[in-house]
Design a protein around this ligand. Structure first.
Ligand code: HEM
Length: 396
């Protein structure tokens, strides 16, 4: 199974998600799969798909039976696609840059960026949540954390887009691979240069913290540092953009939510959590079977690819009561959106903080929000992410 195969599989030819509406709202299809084919072998692609909460959770967290080394040829080996013991060592080193104290220190900067973006559009009463806020904010934050000039932001976003893009059809696969390889080599060159500069002059950004880990303990190789920078750029950008715009979409779709949050802003963290469950920015996580195993009586053999549909798991009726309902008071809310187990999202506290700040600022500024008349769902072109390319809303 190589990169091409994985991309072919994520085009989900078996899914029946064809229209834009179906792509942004795959939930009825998931429900159908949970009821009729909770463990589905796609014989055309030779790939397993699991749709239930317990199965998806096991696939992404049982590191003995399922490997994160998804494909043989990878443009970049990084923390997301390695297994223990390599993963254990790398994870413990890079975690140093994401302690709760470090993340809390970023709060004032994130607030400044958010206010700055909303000030620019303060005179308009139709704004585009994606273009005006959800798209620029995460890249500004990542650039700041990595200590990278904000002037490089647009280039940054382009690289990130190429790396997360999925093919919209099988014909696009080669083109997608070419784009990813090009972006990866450009990013490598870019970060090598930045790292060299930071070796000369250490500051307080993440790259400087990691350079110290590399120099003091000698355990983080230069190659690992480089690939980690690239992962941060990719993992933290589009996902957080989608979280913010999916949250606003969920608010306009579920009319009372905005009003409730206005009256009680302490519920905003719950709204973030419920958006993560209800409309996960990442819908599916791949793993490779490491040793022969069984899921709900089906036999999976070593080497096969499995897709864990976390977007479906998050709406599994056996785990969540009334899962199709956006519940601001849902508790517990043990969604799988940031993964589970050893690969659990390192940036989860940061993503939650960014979304909380962005939504709080919107709710503070505007008394009402509604979708612009005539808006047609405009999903991003990715079969493993859920998000919008544009979300024009009327604010008052
Ligand atoms: C891993 C989702 C934001 C950095 C993951 C994983 C998921 C995920 C599902 C696990 C992948 C797996 O098990 O194969 C998300 C979502 C986000 C988000 C939904 C936003 C809403 C961020 C941010 C950063 C980040 C802001 C950093 C700035 C990482 C890293 C890993 C990771 C480094 C790899 C951890 C490991 O393999 O040990 N993320 N992420 N993520 N995420 Fe996030």
């Amino acid at each position: 199974m190589d990169q091409r195969d994985i991309l072919r599989v994520v085009t989900n030819e078996f899914s029946g998600l064809h229209t834009k509406e179906e792509k942004y709202n795959p939930f009825p299809w998931y429900k159908n799969m949970r009821e009729k084919h909770p463990v589905y072998y796609d014989s055309k692609q030779g790939v397993w798909n699991v749709f239930l909460y317990e199965d998806a959770k096991r696939v992404i967290s049982d590191k003995d039976a399922f490997s994160s080394k998804k494909s043989k040829e990878l443009p970049l080996q990084n923390i997301t696609n390695i297994d223990p013991p390599d993963h254990t060592r790398l994870r413990s080193l890079v975690s140093k840059a994401f302690t709760p104290k470090i993340v809390a220190n970023w709060e004032p900067r994130i607030q400044d960026f958010t206010k700055g973006l909303l000030d620019q559009i303060s005179k308009k009463n139709t704004i585009d949540i994606v273009e005006d806020l959800a798209y620029p904010l995460p890249v500004m934050v990542i650039a700041e954390l990595l200590g990278i000039p904000t002037s490089d932001r647009n280039q940054f976003k382009e690289w990130s887009n190429s790396l997360v893009a999925g093919p919209s059809s099988t014909e696009d696969i080669q083109e997608t691979i070419n784009q990813k390889n090009k972006a990866t080599s450009e990013l490598k060159e870019y970060f090598s240069h930045i790292i060299q500069e930071k070796r000369k002059k250490s500051l307080e950004d993440i790259i400087s913290v990691l350079i110290q880990a590399e120099e003091n303990e000698g355990k983080l190789s230069a190659e690992e540092l480089l690939s980690f920078c690239i992962v941060l750029l990719v993992a933290g950008n589009e996902t957080t953009t989608n979280l913010i715009s999916n949250a606003v979409y969920s608010f306009v779709e579920n009319k009372t939510v905005w009003e409730t949050l206005k009256q009680d802003p302490t519920l905003i963290p719950n709204a973030v959590e419920e958006t993560l469950r209800y409309r996960s920015p990442v819908q599916v996580l791949p793993r490779r079977v490491k040793m022969d195993t069984e899921i709900s009586g089906y036999k999976l053999t070593s080497g096969q690819l499995v897709f864990a549909w976390i977007g479906s798991a998050n709406r599994d009726e056996n785990k969540f009561s009334n899962p199709e309902y956006f519940d601001l008071k849902r508790n517990p809310n043990d969604h799988l959106t940031f993964g589970k187990g050893i690969h659990f999202c390192l940036g989860a506290p940061l993503a939650r903080l960014e979304a909380k700040i962005a939504l709080s600022e919107l709710i503070k500024r505007y008394s009402t929000i509604s979708i612009k008349e005539g808006y047609q769902i405009d999903p991003i072109e990715s079969s493993f992410m859920n998000g919008l390319k544009s979300l024009p809303v009327i604010v008052e």
